[in-house]
Design a protein around this ligand. Structure first.
Ligand code: PBG
Length: 325
């Protein structure tokens, strides 16, 4: 491969040639769209920290779901903002809770859209931590039972995939056992296996009203400098029964995505989180980057690193740009 025999520019001469040798592709089927569900009726309110994203009441979900589906998007992931919060996050596993109602509505209206549910307590606890407190620390083992209950109640409402994002040790195993015992052996687990303690969750915590009231999540979410630990987390979740493993955030952790993809023969998901999305939107508004191009470039980078699919707030707009299907 030496100049002048080899001239890489030959294959970049025009669009069809470039397309012919394109190594990675991005299409709507690679995108999962996150939705924020709020109590009430007729609500579709823009989320200030996530431009173009909305708080939706249950009755407003079918329209969005139909639109996503018509654009070629295969799945949504649901986050609930409950009407009341308490120390044990009990609305998370209430059979008539916000998410349970959202799942039923979606399954009734758009049955073949994959419904993924976030399994965590932070949106439901009054202290904002992802588990039960014992003093000022999050009690791992006491939390497992509530997470399992949450997953089972979501499965009972019709969820296709449950996605634990709490980062308690042993939660995938606890959820798998509980699902199997209750007759939901067909429900898959998408584990947020390598979820880092990240500054990039800021806009989400505003949107979901889920910021911890004291302290931080460093005692349960992963420390950003570590990648080998991420592989241990992934191995452990697979052993416990995860069907799909996720790395989160995405862009700052492309190396982790690539390594997980290489080491394990399991589907890999990546979450382009709220801060990643919001930064691009903000820079676009300031006229500093072309937001659409930047978004496409980030998503293709996440795919190139090895993600089979990407959870992204940009799913709808990107699917529109890609022309659907
Ligand atoms: C719940 C959860 C969080 C996100 C997804 N699930 C917030 C957190 O861990 O604080 C973040 C998603 C995003 O920033 O887009 N634990």
């Amino acid at each position: 491969m030496r100049y002048p025999q080899y001239r890489p520019r030959r294959l970049r001469r025009n669009e069809p040639l470039r397309r012919l040798v394109q190594e990675t592709d991005l299409s709507p089927r690679h995108l999962v769209y996150p939705l924020f569900v709020v109590p009430g009726n007729g609500i579709r309110r823009e989320i200030p920290s996530l431009p173009g994203q909305f708080h939706l009441s249950v009755d407003k979900l079918p329209d969005v779901a139909r639109e996503a589906k018509s654009l070629g998007i295969l799945g949504v992931i649901l986050f609930g903002i409950p009407s009341r919060k308490d120390p044990l996050g009990s609305e998370a596993y209430d059979p008539d809770g916000i998410i349970q109602r959202a799942i039923k509505e979606l399954k009734n209206s758009v049955p073949d859209l994959v419904v993924i549910t976030d399994v965590c307590l932070c949106e439901y606890t009054d202290h904002g931590h992802c588990g039960v407190l014992k003093g000022e620390t999050v009690d791992n083992d006491a939390t497992l039972e509530l997470l399992a209950r949450t997953a089972v109640s979501q499965a009972r409402a019709g969820a296709d995939v449950v996605a634990p994002s709490d980062m308690m040790d042993g939660r995938v195993g606890a959820i798998r056992r509980a699902l199997d015992e209750e007759g939901f052996s067909d429900v898959s687990i998408l584990s947020y296996a390598a979820k880092y303690c990240s500054a990039f969750y800021g806009p989400f915590r505003e949107a979901a009203d889920s910021a911890p009231k004291f302290g931080d999540r460093k005692s349960y979410q992963m420390d950003p400098p570590n990648w080998r630990e991420a592989l241990r987390e992934v191995a452990m979740d697979i052993e416990e029964g995860a069907d799909i493993v996720m790395v989160k955030p995405a862009m700052p952790y492309l190396d982790v995505i690539a390594r997980v993809k290489e080491e394990f023969f399991y589907p890999v998901a990546a979450y382009q989180v709220s801060g990643e999305f919001a930064m691009i939107k903000a820079a676009d508004r300031l006229g500093w980057v072309d937001g659409n191009r930047a978004m496409m470039e980030c998503l293709i980078a996440i795919r190139r690193a090895g993600a089979d699919f990407v959870l992204t707030y940009a799913a709808l707009e990107v699917a529109r740009i890609l022309g659907g299907g």
